[in-house]
Design a binder for this molecule. Structure first.
Ligand code: GLA
Length: 394
């Protein structure tokens, strides 16, 4: 256990004791994620390439004897202690942050695993809120992990934890996300990224042996607030494009198409907006497959180019970037020693991810930071990240 883990373990136990006046809680952790490439492909049957982070969400939890559920978050002290019952879970209700754990409890029940009693849970996360590094997915996977542990649902695998988290998010919270974030959190592996085929859930770990290269996450500090509705719009537009193609070709998802197939069949999509969305989904998937291949062969220069192409496609064709993200990416591209830079996650704010030669890091931070401040009046924040392990008891 490193010092940060120890520090958070103590803090979250303290918060538990203060909120609920009890001791004897167990402490757990689940990571956030950063996606290296493969954006908005996970609900289009394409590939993604994220890694779990060493930051995430911690919780102290303890089973109760009755049907009461109590939640407290150090990150949302104004919400106070939220008290409810396992008999009082209503999808798409007006919940605060606790909607995420509630959605997971609800999804367990939907799968025939009703809890025999309630539990108390105090939460403390170290992912900046609204940064697009999947604080919500980490909270979902964490809740699932805790439920599996406290209630002995031993047959639930870590892949199930991802699916349960996604189900809670889709059906309880009304956000139609794909599987990437929850999968990256529940299946994280130290020093590895996860190459996941979202159509089959087949996956492969790819070692991130990035010698002398840093993965830098830069936060615009603009929260990606509108992401819910705009995200669901993108999903609908992709589905409309798929439907148009299906009138000519027998496919289940845009992720099945090669470039040649797409070019020959794209005329079926008459709506110009849907056409752009499909173009992104198809080519981003192909870029992701190529990116993993070039990483394996050590061609990080090409990997970086693919990241840059990914950003442009998200900017112009999928239209999920924003001015702040574009400034960060474009400023990064100007700097020698930057292999690639792109927005990561759902978009509309949040972070970019950049591969930067270690000896260019100081220049990167100085120049990108200065240009960003001049253009927006805001300060961005830099984090050097490394790929971490999945959820665990600590
Ligand atoms: C959000 C969603 C993911 C994925 C990304 C975009 O993070 O939760 O499922 O679609 O956006 O790649």
């Amino acid at each position: 256990m490193d010092n940060t883990e120890l520090e958070y373990k103590e803090k979250v136990l303290e918060a538990f004791k203060e909120a609920f006046g009890e001791e004897g809680a167990r402490v757990y952790f689940a990571p956030g994620r950063v996606n290296l490439i493969g954006e908005h492909t996970d609900y289009n049957g394409g590939h993604v390439f994220p890694c779990a982070l060493s930051i995430g969400t911690f919780a102290a939890a303890r089973k109760r004897d009755d049907r009461v559920l109590r939640f407290f978050s150090v990150n949302f002290p104004d919400s106070g202690i939220v008290e409810t019952s396992i008999d009082d879970l209503h999808p798409k209700g007006k919940d605060g942050w606790e909607a995420y754990p509630k959605g997971v409890i609800w999804a367990f029940k939907e799968r025939g695993m009703e809890l025999e009693s309630g539990f108390d849970m105090a939460v403390y996360g170290n992912i900046p809120n609204g940064s697009g590094l999947s604080s919500s997915a980490s909270l979902e996977v964490l809740t699932g992990y805790i439920i599996r542990d406290l209630f002995g649902f031993d047959k639930v695998t870590n892949v199930d934890l991802a699916l349960i988290g996604q189900q809670g998010e889709n059906q309880y919270n009304g956000m139609n996300c794909g599987i990437m974030d929850q999968f990256a959190s529940s299946m994280g592996k130290l020093d590895n990224a996860i190459f996941l085929d979202t159509a089959t859930l087949k996956y492969e770990y790819a070692p991130l042996g990035l010698k002398d290269i840093d993965i830098i996450v830069t936060n615009t500090n603009k929260k990606h607030e509108l992401v819910g509705s705009a995200y669901n719009d993108r999903r609908r537009e992709s589905e409309a494009a798929l439907k148009a193609i299906q009138s000519r070709m027998n496919i289940k998802a845009l992720g099945e198409l090669s470039a040649e197939e797409f070019e020959s069949v794209k005329g079926a999509i008459t709506d110009p907006v849907c056409l752009k969305r499909a173009k992104h989904a198809v080519y981003e998937n192909l870029r992701t497959i190529e990116a993993v291949n070039v990483l394996k062969s050590g061609n990080l220069v090409r990997f970086g180019e693919l990241m840059n192409e990914s950003h442009k496609s998200l900017q112009y064709d999928y239209e999920v970037s924003c001015r702040e993200l574009d400034i960060l990416a474009e400023e990064a591209w100007k700097i020698d020693g930057v292999l690639g830079s792109r927005m990561t996650g759902g978009g509309f704010g949040g972070c970019t991810v950049s591969l930067v030669k270690s000896d260019s890091r100081a220049r990167f931070e100085e120049e990108v930071g200065r240009a960003y401040h001049e253009a927006t009046g805001m300060d961005c924040t830099f984090y050097i990240v490394s790929a971490g392990d999945g959820p665990r008891a600590i």
